[in-house]
Design a protein around this ligand. Sequence first.
Ligand SMILES: Cc1cc2nc3c(=O)[nH]c(=O)nc-3n(C[C@H](O)[C@H](O)[C@H](O)COP(=O)(O)O)c2cc1C
Length: 380
Amino acid sequence: MKEILSPIAIMQNMVEKLQNFYPDHDQKSNGIIQFYFTHEDKKYDCYIQSNHDTLKLFEGIAEKPNVSVRCSFYHWLDLAFGRLNPFVGIITRKLQFKGDIKFFNVIPKKSIKKSLWVPEDPVTKFEKNPSKYWEKPQKIVVLNASPRGEKGYTDFYLKPFIKGMQKESVVVTYYLNQYSVNPCKGCFSCWINKPGECIYQYEDNFHQLAEQLSDADIIVYAFPIYADNIPGVLKNYFERSVSRAYPYMIEGINGVRHPRKHIHKNQSMVVFSICGFWEMKNFTPVKAFFNALAHNRHCPVVGEIYRTTAIGLYDNPFLFKKLNQVLVALEKAGEEVVTYGKIKRKTQKTIHQKLKRTSNDLDQINEWWNTKKGSKVFDY
Ligand SMILES: Cc1cc2nc3c(=O)[nH]c(=O)nc-3n(C[C@H](O)[C@H](O)[C@H](O)COP(=O)(O)O)c2cc1C
C-alpha cells in the first residue's frame, strides 16, 4: 500500500533527482546545507552533503554546515520551486538563514538534460481536417466487438454499412469474440522492461489482432452499448493498445498525448453503435469516450452511427418500413464515408431517426420478459 511520504523521504527523492544533473553542474563544491524543518508540529532535521561528484542527503544535524535554513517544510518547497523569493521569505520571517547563503548554488537549477530524445509524431493536416485531405482508403477493417458476434444485432445493422463500403474499397471484418484479450494489469512492463511488448504477448491474441488492424486506412469499431458504455472486451483491447505507443509525452491537438510506435499517418475511425433504449443520450458516454480516444490515438473520427431501439426496430412488424429506411441509409453511409471521409447529414438523420415510444411499448416489452421468465430459449 502506498503511504504519504514524510518530508525526509521527499527530500531524498529530490536529492536523487538533482544528483542526475550534479556531475555537469558548473558550481560544484564541498560542503553542507543544513535544514531544520517543521511540518505538522514535528521537527525534521536533515542535511545535504556535497562534494565534486555527489549530492547526498543525511538525517540529523551536521557539525559545521556552510549554510542552514530554518523554516516550515512547505516554505522550503515554495523556495525550491521558485514560488517564494528568498528576500521576501527573510522579511516575512518564513525563512531564517545562517551562514553563506551563496552556498545554495551547489544545488543545480536546471533539471533537464539538453539533448533529450523523443520520438516524433507531430499533428498532421489530415488529423485536423480529414475530409479536406481525404484519399480513397485501400483497406478498411471492421472490428465487431459485440460479445454475441455474428449472432448479434450489431452484426445485423453492420451488414448494409459494410455492403456500402465494399462498393468502394476492400473490407475485412474481425469478430472480437473470437479473440482472447486479457485486461491490462497496469505493470508498465511494455514501457519499461521490454518496450513495446506486453507481458501477455504470447498468451493471448491481442498482438495478433492489433497487427491486423494496424495497416487499415479506416477502422470501424462496432459494438452494442453495455452498461452505458463500450463492452468490457473492447475496453480491454484499447487499454492493451497502450503497449503500442511510446511512454514519452508530446503536444497533441488539444492536450498531451503519447507518440505512436506504429505510425499510420492517415488512419481514421468510424464509431458504429446500437443500444436497447429509446433515447439518443444513451450514446453520450461513448461519444465523449471516442472523442478522447481519437485524440490520443491520433486517429480522427470520420463517421458516427448511433442506432437506438435496435431490437425494437428489428422486432416490431409495424416498424418494417422504418427499418428498411434505416438499412438503405446505412448502405449509403458506408459509401459516403469511403468516398468523402464523412457521412452526409441527411443520411445520418435517417439512420438516427427517433422512434416514438407509445404508452403501450413498455407494457408490451415487460410482458415479453414475463413470458420468457424461466425459458430455456434465452439467446434472443
Ligand atoms: C450486459 C448488457 C448491458 C446493456 N446495457 C445497455 C445500456 O446501458 N443501455 C442500452 O440502451 N442498452 C443496453 N443493453 C442492450 C444492448 O445494447 C442491446 O441489446 C443490443 O442490441 C445488443 O447488441 P448485440 O446483439 O450485438 O449484442 C445492454 C445489454 C447487455 C447484454
